[in-house]
Design a protein around this ligand. Structure first.
Ligand code: FAD
Ligand code: FES
Length: 264
């Protein structure tokens, strides 16, 4: 798998919601090699604070030249990213990890919660580009409608015909958890492949629902990551059968078949 270190040039910085931003960068080596579900390690400061790069999913590629990152400000690194402007350069490593596996899938459901929605947009674009005919249902969850920003329209604009929403406060769609939407909107007669990314409890609920129906499920895991290249062993997670050496999210994932990892 090709990986690159690139000085991406920022071409656009958008604020999508109070703490949520989307950066568009020119980074042709990474953009032309990226697959949905992969991520980049971003040096948020050319100096030493923060010292470590921060992992961010690839939100989408635009042609072979540009990529987008969508992120929420949660601490120092993401606050620095939010303050960057067009013309500035950002050091990126990527594309890293293993993405989603779409081979031979007919009916695909994407379930995203919070910033877990970020990689699913890239995935939806790829499904619509490659599957004939594409059956793709998208289920998105957030705390409140404003956190979706322009994404409801973005998914519609790329041709997703069925998108359903869930919000914690009931401001858009179902008042409750996004995982509850699976039983409302997925016809059990179809052999679904469910791809999910978001907070751990949400994915755990999605995995449980899929198990109940015998549907395949792919999960994109988030752990703390110090290196992103399998050197620090800081992103270890136990295997599904709790046997053998731990898996490393940066190298073996971040996307796994649900049964490969333990849902403790
Ligand atoms: C493979 C992968 C892909 C990711 N993709 C995205 C994305 O597309 N958009 C996005 O907004 N975020 C994403 N994240 C999470 C993102 O990496 C963290 O929010 C970011 O590193 C925080 O950096 P900071 O310096 O702003 O915050 P820090 O000051 O480092 O931390 C602030 C708070 O965030 C928590 N935190 C830090 N890193 C992580 C992490 N990796 N996972 C969970 N909690 C963390 C800390 O425990 C602390 O509570 C991803 C993480 C991984 C592992
Ligand atoms: S982040 Fe260092 S080994 Fe995975």
């Amino acid at each position: 798998m090709n990986q690159f270190e690139e000085q991406g040039e920022i071409v656009r910085q958008e604020q999508l919601a109070p703490e949520i931003f989307r950066l568009t960068l020119t980074a042709p080596d990474i953009a032309s090699n990226a697959r949905p579900g992969q991520f980049v390690m971003v040096r948020t400061n050319p100096g030493y604070d923060p010292l470590l790069r921060r992992p961010l999913s690839i939100h989408q590629t635009i042609g072979n030249e540009q990529l987008q990152l969508m992120f929420k400000v949660v601490g120092k690194g993401t606050r620095m990213l939010a303050a960057m402007s067009p013309g500035q350069r950002l050091n990126l490593n990527g594309p890293l990890g293993h993405g989603f596996d779409l081979a031979g899938k007919q009916a695909i459901c994407l379930v995203g919660g919070g910033m877990g929605i970020a990689p699913l947009y890239f995935l939806a674009k790829e499904i619509l580009r490659t599957s004939k005919p594409p059956k793709c249902v998208v289920l998105l969850g957030a705390r409140t409608a404003a956190e979706f920003g322009p994404l409801p329209r973005d998914f519609m604009d790329i041709g997703v015909k069925e998108t359903h929403f869930a919000t914690d406060d009931g401001s858009l769609g179902h008042h409750g958890f996004v995982a509850e939407l699976l039983k409302h909107h997925l016809d059990p007669a179809n052999n679904w492949t469910v791809c999910t990314c978001g907070p751990h409890p949400m994915m755990k609920a999605v995995v449980k629902e899929c198990r109940g129906h015998g549907w395949q499920c792919q999960v994109s895991l988030e752990t703390m990551m110090a290196c992103g290249i399998s050197a620090c062993l800081g992103c270890a997670v136990p295997r599904g059968d709790l046997s053998g050496p731990y898996l490393h999210v940066c190298k073996d994932g971040p996307v796994f078949k649900a049964e490969e990892v333990a849902w403790l």
